[in-house]
Design a protein around this ligand. Structure first.
Ligand SMILES: [Zn+2]
Length: 327
């Protein structure tokens, strides 16, 4: 019998996150600074353990999703001193490639911790984010599709067959959706404000070919109350996840649906993120041996990014599903 008090949550943060210097851009170094273990430790539960990323050959795993031509091009732009990777808003500096690889490395290290049983779940406080990156194109502050690379790593290195990705960032996880659109082994459930950039993620986007039915979208109108949004999550996301019965649950944890975030118009609070986290943990307890790996995506109001991460990680560390209580 496992003593529930000994269950650990791994918190991964890497100094590589500080190598992606975007100046005064909204997705900037301060996001990583505010989540440094030494800044957040006193507010996190006792059973959170602080882990260093490993020494994975991250680039090899990046190539399970992105073609070599794309990663070489990113490298060239960085080597020339940086610039814009897309027509929009994805800037890089000379060391951004190392930062993006560092984020992947942290995610893979989290996978190893959770799969070895050293932690029952993990949160990676990483940047740049990844869920908008397409197979051969940067997009929306994202260089590499970190959560998709993590899903492939779990499948190929750890023999996990069915992975579910839940994305509650306020923007549609369009990159993740594209990568797995025809793949029934990865269920992608994304909840976003609609309309909002990138203007995709409607409920009729459901997957294609063998992947038909394995993409689920929840489009939340701007101004929706927290209660109404949480009810949509409960009504659509949770039954789909239970039906799929994943072996491991991944979260694209963006905190920009918070009511004070400057980039969108939804009304979640720290309590709402805690509720969704508990619900996902209950599903993970029933289907995944409790295994959850959560990766930071967006969240741009620094005080609330900090408090939402604390709420999410403390829930991951302390919530006990009904079967565990009183053991
Ligand atoms: Zn976002």
């Amino acid at each position: 019998m496992i003593d529930a008090q000994l269950l650990k949550t791994a918190y991964l943060w890497t100094p590589a996150a500080l190598l992606h210097n975007t100046g005064t851009h909204v997705e900037n170094l301060k996001r990583a600074e505010t989540l440094r273990p030494e800044k957040i430790r006193s507010e996190l539960a006792q059973n959170v353990i602080y882990e260093e990323p490993g020494n994975h050959d991250a680039l090899t795993w990046v190539h399970t999703v992105h073609p070599r031509e794309y990663t070489e091009w990113v490298e060239r732009v960085c080597a020339k001193g940086g610039g814009l990777l897309d027509e929009g808003d994805t800037h890089v500096c000379p060391t951004s490639m190392q930062a993006a690889l560092g984020a992947v490395d942290a995610a893979l290290a989290a996978a190893d911790r959770v799969m070895s049983g050293a932690a029952r779940n993990a949160f990676c406080a990483i940047r740049p984010p990844g869920h908008h990156a397409l197979i051969d194109r940067a997009m929306g502050f994202c260089i590499f599709a970190t959560i998709s690379i993590l899903a492939r790593y779990l499948q190929r290195k750890h023999n996990i067959k069915k992975v579910a990705i839940v994305d509650f960032d306020v923007h549609h996880g369009n990159g993740t959706q594209d990568i797995f659109y025809e793949d029934p082994s990865v269920l992608v459930v994304s909840m976003q404000q609609y309309p909002l950039w990138p203007m995709s993620g409607l409920p009729d986007e459901t997957g294609d070919g063998p992947g038909e039915g394995f993409t689920i979208n929840i489009a939340v109108p701007p101004g929706t109350s927290e209660d109404a949004q949480l009810a949509m999550f409960e009504d659509v996301a949770l039954p789909a996840l239970r039906k799929f019965a994943p072996e491991l649950l991944l979260i694209s944890a963006g905190f920009d649906a918070h009511r004070d975030d400057p980039l969108a118009d939804l009304n979640l609070t720290e309590a709402g993120y805690e509720q969704m986290t508990r619900q996902l943990m209950d599903i993970a307890a029933d289907h995944c041996g409790q295994r959850i790996i959560s990766l930071l995506e967006g969240g741009y109001q620094l005080d609330h990014l900090h408090s939402c991460v604390i709420a999410h990680v403390n829930t991951l560390a302390t919530h006990r599903n009904p079967g565990q209580v009183a053991k």
